[in-house]
Structures are given as C-alpha cells and as structure tokens.
Ligand binder design. Structure first.
Ligand code: THU
Length: 132
C-alpha cells in the first residue's frame, strides 16, 4: 500500500474524532502485516485524562481482532506541521514494532516519515523486564 492510500484512511477516520474539548481532531490508520488496515480517531472525555489518542484507538482495534504485527501507521491532524504522535503513543507503537514507519501529516499535506525508534530512542521494552 502506498503512503497516500494509508493517509487517506487516516483522513477519513479523523472525521469520526470525538474532540469536543480540544477541538483537535486526529485520525490514524495502522497497516497490519496481513495487509489489513485498522483505523482510529481520538476519543476525548469530560474527565480529560480518560481521553485516548487516535493511534492507541487503532492499536486497540487491531490487537482485539488478533493482529499484532504492524509495518506502518499514518497520523493526520490539523497541525502546523506534520502531526506527531504523543509520547505515550510512541511507547505503545514501539511495543509492537520499533521499526514501524510513522507517516505524519497534516491537512495541508506537510509530511514526515520516520521509524518509531527515531521518535522514541531508548524506549523501555519487554526485554527490559527480567521475568516477563
Ligand atoms: N492526539 C492524538 O489523538 N494523537 C496525536 O498524535 C496527538 C494528540 C489527540 C489527543 C487529544 O484528544 C487531542 O489530540 C489534543 O491533544
């Protein structure tokens, strides 16, 4: 799948964002090794910390459907530059594949692509757990 196609999925998912508090809508599209795309949007809450990001929404959908290997994720928001995943989402993406390509973009089409490991160098990982 080409990056522009994954971005199109993310852009569509962004339309479903529930962001009445920040008014900052985000969409994500996660590409599984199987070729299947899992979309996500941010879902905010009146109890602000209970809100979730688009990226983690997509990961939750994918894992709950049995997929755990991901090659790419596209993220889109109406940001000044390419929309970058927050720190918690970087950690969550790193869990599944530190080399996953992250395609960050905005509504203007400004785009940056890099690996999760570049966004979160030295991430805590399952190999750091002694007994897991
Ligand atoms: N947000 C995401 O969903 N993903 C990102 O990559 C950046 C931030 C959401 C969280 C919150 O609902 C809103 O954007 C403003 O921070």
């Amino acid at each position: 799948m080409e990056d522009k196609d994954l971005i199109a999925y993310a852009r569509d998912a962004r339309e479903h964002a529930y962001a009445p508090y920040s008014r900052f809508k985000v969409g994500a599209a996660l590409l599984g090794r199987s070729g299947k795309v899992y979309t996500g949007c941010n879902v905010e809450n009146a109890s602000y910390p209970a809100g979730t990001c688009a990226e983690r929404c997509a990961v939750g959908k994918a894992v709950s459907e049995g997929e755990r290997e991901f090659t790419d994720i596209a993220v889109i928001g109406d940001s000044e530059g390419p929309c970058a995943p927050c720190g918690i989402c970087r950690q969550v993406l790193s869990e599944f594949n530190p080399y996953m390509r992250v395609i960050m973009t905005n509504l203007r089409g400004d785009t940056r692509v890099c690996a999760v490991s570049e966004l979160l160098p030295g991430a805590f990982a399952k190999t750091d757990l002694r007994d897991a």
